[in-house]
Ligand binder design. Structure first.
Ligand code: FUC
Length: 790
């Protein structure tokens, strides 16, 4: 294809070019609501391609002209099969490890952990691509007026160009109600659609077992997943495409379907594996795909699209955000990212915000796998960090925006995963520690492996499962749905029991601490991270114990446990302020002399965010120490590291600093042209951290020390967003919040309650208690510097 510069520029501005009803809607949205990512050239690299997903299956769309590539994913296609890597030697070694740690012999403790405690195999399984669908357009002339886009509100990716006077349009979406990826190719003139279509597998050394056209015309690719780290591949997979033609002819050779002279063609793609659960793998992917395709093919393209968009918009449209718009927003998305450091483009932040919500809807829906390190999108058999679930920050960050931006349903896969972990982790607790309850270390995978992996300095951290439990609690706290709480209480309780059994008495005779553990991935001396009672563990356990006890009180259960949890919580070491005025990361004041003072993890600031244990209002000295820590650590970090810092500065109520950090996140070093977060390479957590951080700048839903719900309005509003509005945010207690502001000050806040409740609304020095009945709403404004009800 040759793109001449002049036509490309015309295409960039010519919204009239898009002549389909769908594309027309999209281009109108571009002007009015800024829901479009758009480009004037096809993707050359994967991080320029555009993602669609229905939670379970997804595609990256390159928008090629004569050669189109759809890189496909199915979320249960991982390496290996059911396995349990817990090391049976661990139990005997752990008492000695504990002794060495309490004795300050960290190197020796690390050596012993390496020799006896780590999982076998030492690494977990990784997420895999299911291959590509390739579309070739034979005999295509020069293409002009090219444009491709992703409409976040419509959840459709569109590629359009002209050749020989004919406008060609391809639309792609992944629909949850019909469980397929839909590709529609059409031309502005009849009988002009020509295509050769085949599946493509990216790793020639490990080819699929079958790639062919079936007698009924379906194109299939079937194979077996890879063995990894000594664990045999146990999954069969199948990708299957069905072709629905409007006019024209179809022919096939061994593995290619050729279409000629059609008015349009719709391709339905179904993807499945034999995975059923972490311990069962006997589903029949061919039968599943056949059924899915037969059902989907019974609907017209328009019906499929309507059902898809109704479903997507039900979630996506719950939140609307406007941070202001400048002419910078008229440019293609990649240009906006490239120049974001120097441009005034508040609409880019809003687009990034909604992109985070779009991505969560697209990669985590009830019944699917949770969002992994790349959400759902991965073109490799050996992606970075296995594209697994790293639960010492990354998986949790993926779910930070879910509750506040009203995507609570999207947390369901995470809750289902915790349920699995409470089974596999109970085996690990028993075999490794001789303890009750369940434990998960810093990573897990499709098979819900829970033993410590990778190496002692990364993996010997027992608090991953406990952190995940915060999300179980938050699901309740935002909804106050007692039946839901009842369903997750057993997991909270047994997670707490593991720590009740394993917390070790500290030699000072006062505290009970985790040992062995670490402050995730940060070495305190040389090559050792192993430690007892790092600040983060104490903070996570304070939350776990408090939330479990709170749940037990609400459910009227386990009075003895409540008492024990309260007592044990008081025996956890308090947060401490070190010699630099910083929040201490460990029990001892090692912070100034650690090998990397700019380390990406800021684990001990968990207490500030996502937890609210440390706050400007109720623990001002600790909040000041957290600030000091952040200043020492510095702003420069990779994607998720920036994402965390953004949320933290918002919680510390520094809007200008938060905005500066956001600018770093949105720049080309940390945001790819398709707005995927760059770790680098791509890791999706920064996207979700970004959406969460922007929310935290506008609204914070916190608790007072006595457990009252407090809502902070515009707590970290930067001067760069003098006017704007956001509607549909959620706060704890089943409250919906709409906010608007002008000249940097609140214009109006509207609160609507799902259930009866009481909240304290706060802004600056002013606070206003409100009681709202279920189904009623309440409006709050500022007058003479005070919040008033109106
Ligand atoms: C944690 C981080 C790394 C990376 C990995 C997936 O281990 O320290 O930077 O994000 O997760």
């Amino acid at each position: 294809m040759k793109l001449n510069r002049r036509t490309v520029l015309q295409a960039a501005t010519a919204t009239t070019l898009l002549n389909s009803p769908l594309a027309r809607t999209a281009s109108k949205d571009l002007d009015s609501s800024g829901y479009l990512l758009w480009y004037t050239q096809p993707a050359r690299e994967w991080v320029q391609a555009l993602p669609v997903g229905n939670g379970r299956i997804g595609a990256m769309i390159f928008g090629g002209v004569a050669d189109e590539r759809l890189q496909l994913n199915e979320d249960s296609l991982w390496g290996g099969g059911p396995y349990d890597p817990v090391n049976p030697e661990a139990r005997e070694a752990l008492p000695e490890v504990r002794r060495l740690v309490f004795n300050g012999e960290y190197e020796k403790a690390t050596e012993l952990v390496t020799a006896k405690v780590m999982a076998k195999p030492l690494r977990q399984m990784s997420y895999q691509t299911i291959g590509d669908l390739k579309l070739a357009v034979p005999d295509l002339g020069e293409a002009v007026e090219y444009r491709r886009s992703l409409d976040l509100d419509g959840a459709v990716a569109t590629t359009q160009f002209k050749s020989d006077g004919v406008t060609y349009t391809r639309e792609v979406f992944a629909t949850a109600p019909d469980n397929v990826i839909v590709v529609r190719i059409r031309a502005s003139e009849r009988r002009r659609v020509k295509l050769d279509v085949n599946f493509h597998w990216p790793v020639p050394s490990r080819p699929p077992t079958a790639m062919r056209v079936l007698p009924d015309g379906d194109l299939i690719m079937q194979g077996r997943n890879s063995a990894q780290n000594g664990v045999d591949g146990a999954l069969n997979y199948e990708a299957r495409a069905r072709f629905l033609l409007d006019g024209g002819t179809r022919s096939a050779n061994e593995s290619t379907v050729s279409i000629r002279d059609a008015d349009s063609v719709t391709i339905l793609i179904a993807l499945a594996t034999s995975y059923q659960s972490f311990d069962r793998v006997s589903a029949d992917p061919s039968a599943l795909n056949e059924k899915t395709l037969t059902q989907a093919a019974g609907r017209s393209f328009e019906q499929l699209l309507r059902r898809h968009q109704t479903d997507h918009r039900r979630l996506f449209r719950r939140v609307v955000i406007d941070l202001g718009r400048t002419p910078a927003a008229d440019r293609p998305t990649d240009e906006r990212v490239r120049t974001s450091a120097s441009s005034d483009d508040p609409a880019l932040a809003a687009l990034y915000y909604q992109y985070g919500r779009y991505l969560l809807i697209a990669c985590s829906r009830p019944g699917t796998q949770p969002a992994n390190l790349q959400g759902l999108w991965n073109d490799s058999l050996s992606p970075p960090w296995g594209s697994k679930y790293t639960i010492n920050i990354n998986t949790e960050m993926n779910y930070w925006p879910a509750e506040p931006t009203d995507l609570g349903e999207c947390v369901e896969p995470l809750i289902a995963m915790v349920k699995d972990l409470s089974v596999t982790g109970a085996r690990t607790a028993k075999t490794m520690y001789g303890a009750r309850g369940w434990v998960a270390h810093h990573n897990t995978d499709l098979w819900r492996a829970t033993a410590p992996i990778d190496g002692a300095i990364w993996g010997m951290w027992p608090t991953g499962g406990a952190w995940l439990c915060l999300h179980l609690w938050d699901r309740y706290d935002y909804s106050r749905d007692v039946r839901y709480l009842e369903s997750v209480y057993p997991m909270l309780k047994s997670c707490a029991e593991f720590f009740l059994d394993t917390l070790a008495p500290h030699p000072n005779g006062k505290w009970r601490v985790t040992n062995p553990s670490m402050s995730p991935e940060n070495n305190h001396h040389g090559e050792v991270s192993i430690a007892a009672g790092p600040a983060m563990d104490n903070q996570i356990l304070r939350d776990l114990f408090a939330n479990t006890a709170h749940a037990a009180r609400i459910l009227n259960r386990d009075p003895d446990l409540i008492k024990l949890l309260d007592e044990t919580s008081h025996a956890l070491p308090p947060d401490q302020i070190g010699s630099q005025g910083q929040l201490q990361e460990w029990l001892e004041d090692w912070d100034a002399n650690v090998p990397d003072i700019h380390h990406r993890h800021v684990s001990h600031l968990y207490g500030v965010f996502p937890s609210g244990q440390i706050s400007v209002d109720y623990t001002p000295e600790l909040a000041q120490a957290a600030r000091r820590t952040l200043n020492i650590r510095g702003d420069e970090a990779t994607g998720w590291g920036i994402g965390w810092r953004l949320n933290l500065w918002a919680r510390l109520r520094d809007g200008e600093r938060a905005h500066r950090i956001l600018k770093l996140l949105l720049g080309p070093e940390r945001t790819y042209p398709n707005l995927f977060d760059a770790h680098p390479p791509f890791q999706i957590d920064g996207n979700f951290g970004g959406t969460s951080g922007i929310t935290e700048m506008l609204l914070q839903s916190l608790k007072s020390p006595s457990g009252e719900d407090e809502i902070w309005l515009l707590p970290a509003l930067p001067s760069a967003w003098p006017r704007g509005h956001v509607t549909g945010l959620r706060a704890r207690g089943g409250l919906k919040v709409n906010l608007s502001w002008k000249n940097g000050a609140l214009s109006e806040c509207r609160l609507a309650a799902d259930r009866d409740g009481k909240w304290t609304i706060r802004l600056g020095e002013s606070s206003l208690p409100v009681a709202i009945k279920a189904g009623r709403s309440h409006t709050v404004r500022m007058r003479d510097g005070r919040l008033i009800a109106s």
